[in-house]
Design a protein around this ligand. Structure first.
Ligand SMILES: CC(C)(COP(=O)(O)OP(=O)(O)OC[C@H]1O[C@@H](n2cnc3c(N)ncnc32)[C@H](O)[C@@H]1OP(=O)(O)O)[C@@H](O)C(=O)NCCC(=O)NCCS
Length: 142
């Protein structure tokens, strides 16, 4: 039981968990097996997991762009929520980024995602109302 570093060999169980957690994923875009393989090989991404009795019940994708770190796809199996696993994954992501020399950790969340807002607020994350998120996408599945 606890934090583990995941590899591409865990891809199916990671996607299974994302589906159980109802995470909005891009299976034919940046969440495809091929895309995740490239991201892991880039060296700027780590996928951490939480296992319980051999079963994967939590994940977080930790990335950085050398200036800022990002918490992505934080997900906990609905049957294991409210046990602190989401918080443990956030702390593990922060420790990893700190060892990589990253001093700012950020997360993008949907406004209506109250659980994410709550868990991140409790972990000390604050919202800057003057910031808008802009992006340009190669395709809607990207
Ligand atoms: C967000 C999520 C990862 C939280 O995981 P978790 O393991 O339940 O989180 P924790 O147990 O560490 O929660 C810590 C605290 O956050 C708050 N919190 C967590 N979920 C909450 C909810 N649904 N509503 C209100 N507060 C919540 C509580 O204060 C909680 O402490 P408590 O259980 O003692 O009351 C989980 O709800 C999830 O997987 N959601 C779906 C996927 C998702 O939207 N991910 C975010 C993408 S960035």
């Amino acid at each position: 039981m606890g934090i583990v570093q995941l590899t591409l060999q865990d891809y199916e169980s990671i996607v299974d968990l994302w589906r159980r957690a109802e995470l909005p994923i891009k299976p034919s875009g940046r969440d495809s097996r091929e895309a995740i393989g490239h991201q892991l090989a880039s060296g700027s991404q780590t996928i951490l997991g939480w296992r319980h009795g051999g079963e994967l019940v939590g994940t977080v994708i930790v990335t950085h762009d050398s200036r800022k770190g990002w918490i992505n796809h934080l997900a906990v199996d609905p049957a294991y929520r409210h046990q602190g696993i989401g918080t443990h994954l956030i702390e593990a992501a922060e420790e990893l980024l700190s060892r990589q020399g990253i001093m700012v950790v950020a997360a993008l969340i949907f406004k209506e995602n109250r659980a994410s807002m709550a868990v991140l607020s409790r972990a000390g994350y604050t919202q800057d109302p003057s910031i808008l998120y802009l992006s340009r996408r190669a395709s809607k599945d990207a």
